[in-house]
Write a protein that binds this ligand. Structure first.
Ligand SMILES: NC(=O)c1ccc[n+]([C@@H]2O[C@H](COP(=O)([O-])OP(=O)(O)OC[C@H]3O[C@@H](n4cnc5c(N)ncnc54)[C@H](O)[C@@H]3O)[C@@H](O)[C@H]2O)c1
Length: 365
């Protein structure tokens, strides 16, 4: 029996979730979006039989669904996830997990109470380069990662000015919370160590300059609020002694877009990277996975040869959710990892606001 799933939100990302679920042989039986025209269009594209205006309507009209996929602006992640979990549905939620760690804690509590699975779309873990790199992390080739550098930097990549992405109340923040993927991937490679301190600074010099907009994204909103950062630089120290530096930007004076995790292990170093020819255009991107070792007294670079995935694991990640529900694959992420990630993000914003290093545990005690 295939898993029956309902999707909430008919925006851009559904074109990865829907094919991913269907490739894993799940049945998408319902779609909800207050934008009825968008929902009807997308439902026709993927053969989804039932369309609703809200999750509430969907839960009442399509009781057969066992799982819900949330693809809405960030502000709605927590309330929709909690509502779905309380209705005994498993949940796959887009990134960021929520607006802050307190919201993720509420989602975790709801998942535990319902005994249902809650997973997030950290799709960069589902890239072929990341699957390959994990083999070398698990088999001991790399050893403990002492230090890592996580980067998602864009020269001109603000996703629409005045829309939901650039309003803190709707998004939770700017480039840092939106492009959290490499921070998550570095933490995943490092074994999600317990964070201790964060020291960081955000910048908003270019956030109102429309010449820094990306070649995609949602339309600008005239007179919309724009109150988030365009770049963040930070440093995280973990209780284990491991360290991580972070650079994230939608707009910054860099040569071109780069998405990368570089790490230095006790036995080997490595890198997973996407370099863009033109900011934000996936078809111009080149993906690389490399290991750096010392063999027979000399330095050796090993290149990981994997199949190309222009979608950066976005479809594969949705497949993993279905397979995890079926017990056919280990889940690629856990709620505790999402909580730890959001604590680091909260501390990064707090350090930036106060100009001081922030003890991560302080935020939750
Ligand atoms: N993993 C990735 O690579 C990636 C890429 C882009 C966006 N995202 C994430 O996906 C989410 C959605 O982004 P998008 O680009 O699809 O946005 P979008 O603005 O294109 O679409 C959002 C849709 O949600 C609908 N919506 C809003 N409130 C709703 C509600 N309460 N119930 C049901 N539907 C509602 C809107 O009408 C809209 O159709 C965001 O959280 C974003 O961070 C992830």
């Amino acid at each position: 029996m295939s898993i029956k799933i309902g999707i909430i939100g008919a925006g851009g990302m559904i074109d990865f979730h829907a094919p991913g679920f269907q490739a894993a042989h799940a049945e998408i039986t319902a779609l909800a979006d207050p934008n009825r025209a968008a929902a009807e269009r997308v439902a026709a594209r993927y053969g989804i039989p039932a369309v609703y205006n809200s999750l509430e309507e969907m839960l009442a009209g399509s009781p057969e669904i066992e799982a819900v996929s949330i693809i809405t602006p960030n502000k709605f992640h927590k309330p929709l996830a909690v509502q779905a979990l309380e209705a005994d549905k498993h949940v796959f939620c887009e990134k960021p997990p929520a607006l802050d760690a307190a919201e993720v804690q509420a989602m975790k509590t709801a998942a535990e109470k319902a005994g249902k699975r809650l997973m997030f779309n950290f799709n960069n873990r589902a890239r072929p380069e990341s699957f390959a790199m994990m083999d070398y992390l698990r088999d001991g080739t790399v050893g403990r990662i002492n230090s890592a550098q996580a980067k998602w930097i864009r020269r001109t990549g603000i996703p629409g000015v005045g829309g939901w992405f650039t309003q803190k109340a709707l998004s939770g923040g700017g480039a840092l919370i939106d492009l959290l993927h490499m921070l998550d991937l570095a933490l995943y490679f490092m074994g999600y160590p317990e964070p201790e301190y964060v020291l960081a600074q955000s910048f908003n010099d270019f956030i109102h300059d429309t010449s820094f907009k990306g070649p995609w994204g949602i339309p600008d909103v005239a007179n919309g609020v724009t109150d988030v950062e365009n770049a963040v630089h930070g440093f995280v120290k973990f209780k284990s002694g491991q360290v991580l530096s972070l650079q994230v930007s939608w707009a910054e004076m860099v040569k071109r877009e780069e998405v990368s995790v570089v790490f230095q292990g006790q036995k080997a170093g490595g890198m997973v990277r996407r370099l863009f020819g033109r900011d934000g255009l996936d078809e111009t991107a080149v993906d690389t996975g490399e290991l750096y070792v010392q063999e027979h007294g000399r330095s050796v670079n090993r290149e990981l040869i994997v199949e190309a995935d222009p979608a950066m694991g976005r479809k594969r990640s949705a497949m993993n959710f279905i397979r995890a529900l079926e017990g056919a694959e280990a889940p690629l992420n856990t709620v505790d990892q999402a909580l730890s990630l959001m604590k680091i993000i909260d501390a990064t914003y707090e350090s930036s606001r106060t100009g001081k290093p922030v003890t991560v545990v302080d935020l939750t005690s």
